[in-house]
Design a protein around this ligand. Structure first.
Ligand code: ADP
Ligand code: MG
Length: 378
């Protein structure tokens, strides 16, 4: 802290006017403190509301009475305590009689005093979305996958029949009618091309991952952008030079960042457009993968920021769904594809948006040389 800031703080009213308990009770997040034995030592108002139980009933109770003991939340608590590090997870599902079925953003942070205590916060995803717009990729990826597969089967086959019939007609058609049969063929081809693009989504094959230098991916994307659609836009790069390689598929990651940069370029003002690319190493971000015990760490944070007007509020909840677009010639497939690829990598994507500052954040795993089976593409 700089000297100027310190003196500034001293001039504020004394902190004793603020009761920390009131602060914790004002939090819209569920907050509990548990010991190593998982017994509850503190709950805020939101926690009492969430579990539909009073403070008196909750203090001293084992958290296993409220949350199923096999929940990943307990693994997080134990890890936070053992490794004295903060863990967060963006998509933990919880299904109990008291809470119903919810998806939660969970954090577990060790408390230094008493030393075995862990502060746990839970935030239902709907609220989490409203506050931070941290969307997980999973639903979007699933719907686009199903859509791609459906189109391939249900549309392409009849189309090739239509095309074949039009070609047969063409052979015996008068010149004046031939223009019409050509039209049928051309339009059928156009639909097939669209379906082919959709089909890219339906592949569920695990991706082959190698070490990918994220900076070289971003450089490649920047060069492509600046030689084409982003010719008049200023790029700022804020890279952490010690960033380890990501575990990923280079071409697919290029596609991801090209889509994000393209959206940014389409959003920025014509005369003063600016896109900031940044990378950072961020501890404590991890997710649990379906069917796997250990959690996947996602320490690589890559952000694409622009100074455009921001993402329209009514798009926020469905931004990563296919066909969501506000552009006249948009397909609404860009972000759906981004979400699918990041999902296949086991990563997560989120965004924050206000006028002059829209930010897409991608978290990815690092390459360790002995990657587990990529079961996450299931
Ligand atoms: N950086 C951004 N700033 C403002 N709006 C954005 C940004 N990125 C995406 N959007 C909004 O999200 C919509 C969906 O984007 P995308 O899936 O790439 O489809 P498309 O680019 O074809 O419209 C866009 O039409 C736009 O309204
Ligand atoms: Mg786009």
């Amino acid at each position: 802290m700089t000297r100027a800031m310190t003196s500034h703080i001293r001039r504020l009213p004394p902190w004793s006017e603020i009761d920390p308990l009131n602060v914790l009770n004002a939090l819209p997040q569920v907050l509990l403190v548990v010991g190593a034995d998982h017994r509850i030592r503190f709950v805020n108002f939101e926690a009492q509301e969430f579990f539909d139980a009073s403070e008196v009933a909750m203090i001293g109770l084992s958290l296993t009475e409220l949350i199923p003991p096999d929940s990943p939340i307990f693994t997080m608590i134990d890890q936070a305590q053992a490794q004295t590090c903060t863990l967060s997870d963006y998509g933990v599902s919880l299904d109990t009689p008291r809470t119903g079925h919810t998806m939660l953003t969970v954090t577990a942070a060790p408390l230094s005093d008493p030393p075995d205590a862990v502060v746990v916060t839970l935030q239902p995803i709907s609220i989490a979305r409203r506050i931070d717009n941290q969307l997980t990729h999973r639903n979007a990826a699933r719907s686009i996958t199903a859509m791609g597969a459906m189109l391939a089967h249900e549309v392409k086959n009849p189309l090739s029949g239509i095309r074949g019939a039009a070609q047969l007609l063409e052979q015996n058609a008068a010149d004046s009618d031939r223009a019409l049969t050509r039209l049928i063929c051309d339009e059928a081809d156009r639909i097939v091309a669209l379906v082919d693009r959709m089909e890219a989504f339906s592949s569920n094959r695990p991706i082959e991952r190698g070490p990918v230098n994220i900076h070289s991916v971003l450089e490649h994307v920047r060069r492509l952008a600046q030689s084409g659609f982003a010719r008049n836009i200023r790029f700022v790069e804020r890279y952490d030079p010690s960033l380890p390689p990501a575990a990923g598929h280079r071409d697919q990651l290029i596609q991801v960042f090209l889509n994000l940069v393209k959206n940014a370029a389409e959003a920025v003002p014509d005369d003063s457009g600016e896109i900031i690319l940044s990378t950072a190493y961020q501890r404590g971000v991890s997710i649990s993968l379906p069917g796997q015990d250990n959690r996947l760490q996602l320490p690589l944070l890559i952000t694409v920021q622009d100074n455009g007007d921001g993402i329209p509020a009514d798009l926020h909840d469905n931004l990563f769904d296919p066909f969501v677009t506000t552009r006249k010639n948009g397909t609404g497939l860009g972000l759906a594809l981004v979400a699918k690829i990041i999902g296949d990598h086991g990563g997560i994507i989120g965004f924050e948006s206000r006028p002059r500052r829209t930010l897409f954040k991608v978290s990815l795993p690092i390459f360790s040389g002995h990657e587990p089976d990529p079961a996450w593409s299931a």
